[in-house]
Design a protein around this ligand. Sequence first.
Ligand code: SF4
Length: 686
Amino acid sequence: MVPAGTQHPPLIKNMSSTRFKEQIRNSISQESLQIALDANAERRVKGRIAAFASLPDWGGRRQRAHAVRADVIAHLDHYLETFIARAQDNGIIVHRAKDADEAVNLVLEIVNQVGADGHPPLQKLVAKSKSMVSEEINLNHALEKENIRVIETDLGEYIVQLRGEKPAHIITPAVHLRRADVGKLFHEKIGIPYTEDIPTLTNTARKILREVFLTADIGVSGVNFGVAKSGTFCIVTNEGNGRMVTTMPPVHIALMGMERLVPTLDDLALMLSLLPRSATGQKLSVYTQLINRPLENQVRHLVIVDNGRSRLRASSLYEALYCIRCGACLNACPVFRELGGHAYVGADGSIAPYPGPIGSVVSPGLLGENFVHLAQASTLCGACKDACPVDIDLPKLLTRVRAGETRNQANGLDEVAKFGLRMYSRVARNPGMFAVSQKLAALGTFLVSPFSPWFRIPAFTGWGSSKDFPRFAAKPFRARFKREASFYSAPQGTKDPDAKVSKPNEKELRDPSAISVQKDKAAQFSEELTALGGNVYRLPQEQLNEKLIEFLRAINVDAVMMWDKVPGLDEARLTEAGIALRRSDDAQVRVGITGAACAVAETGTLVIASGKGQPLTASLLPEMHVAVIKSSQITGTLEEAMTLNEMKSAAAVVLVSGPSRTADIEMTLTIGVHGPGELHVFLVDG
Ligand code: SF4
């Protein structure tokens, strides 16, 4: 725990960067980049507001999430110890890396071990899904140096990898590109005819990457959250590539920052109610995976990375470790919206793995002085704090990075300047004092300006003698911003902007079902899933078999991948109707049929647990996923679903909320990337 009042040692030393300034000028002058960044920010911010409108108690949840993250960081050793012990009990091979070199060497060792010890021969091919830690430790570069092919499988990451670039945003890696750039790239690198048609581009990537999933020896993924109590780790994706890399290759390596823990599954449900809404404006990402154990014939490794986190935790910037990497502060930041991620460069010209407001704290905090100047790239307007779902006081941290930089200057500032900066830091962190100081500064400026009745003498002030003095704005920026901020951060229908941080309603917190809309859960589930692009057919039990056969015939399907047992489905009747039932993975079969452990009404989600005769691949490999579920299996909320025994007992559980999707090219929604492009649910009454 970091005790209150602790004098934190200075973490960061100063280093100015002319490269950073060059990159800023470069970004601002690129019209195409500006259009792409504006489109991203507008849609993400609006999506976030709309998504939070469906969460009436979101202000309370935000405060709870802050408290949960604060508790985890304060007692990190305890939670890590518990998490590691549980994960090991579950059969996960856990490694700890103190820095980037150690993490890279651990991964290399695991990769080189494949092919030995009776593993299948090493193809030297790694299928990788999005992982910010892997960017931080520069994993791809290290693997490629050892002649190991690494293919990024998230569409945005695949695009930037083909361009030889780093991601430009922690959620939307190709945010800086427009469809014409991707069309040109695919034409030059893959050899397809030039096209700007986004479904064609997405489908091209799907075909290439499907081959990678099926042949890779190793899958590498990140981790969004680790659950200390159960040893579970959670990965959220929309495209299905996260599911592929953790399911198809015989060896899976998950990379996790050591701070990414929550105490319980209930806390995980809380984080999941905030993360996707903040990141992509979704109530839940399409695929939320909960991984407990290795699947059959699979080895799972978990590499827990420190790489500066312990040092950051012991510094005055420890609150940055509360971050859940949603990217909302990037989208809200007026500076990031002009620059994009590639402008955030170190003194050595290298691109910071984490850009934007949180990146300007975390990058120097984890990686040192090379990135310290990034904290200057902020107006301290507070938009990042307002957007943050775990209420991190980013302006405070940014001013601390700036202050740390000043404290560490070798030549030192004089005592008066130091005092002034200390005072500024204190005032800037207090909204009320900051507003008053702005008014006083404006008054002082006015008194010595040419508009002042007392000092209209150019010789006295120097102002006005050679150039016009700008007119004062009718209201200071802060006052104008406050009006807009209420638009950006208050849920729809909230009149009072301060309501966004209202205290949690105790009744709501103790009984989440009390806040769910009291209507037929099955109807709500159908409505939600249909809105996500799924199809729901509600029917009585006695019609199930015939309706399913009718459905399969209508789409000319005579073979399906199916679980050994799907409750309510008569296999003999299907076989009699000429439908071949495949029990093992078959990449050629178009339809997979599964049951489900339960469904969640509030998010339109199916909860699918792996088990004997229940391969998760049936809901992943085919282009169409058909699920059969009884209406009595529908729960109201995600919190209720988290109490299911399967969440802890199954090797892996996936929460499916609609068909696979992406918006990685020009924020245009495209369905069917790596997972099924169609989801059909037969919802059985009785
Ligand atoms: S600081 Fe907050 S808003 Fe920014 S990425 Fe982290 S959790 Fe999201």
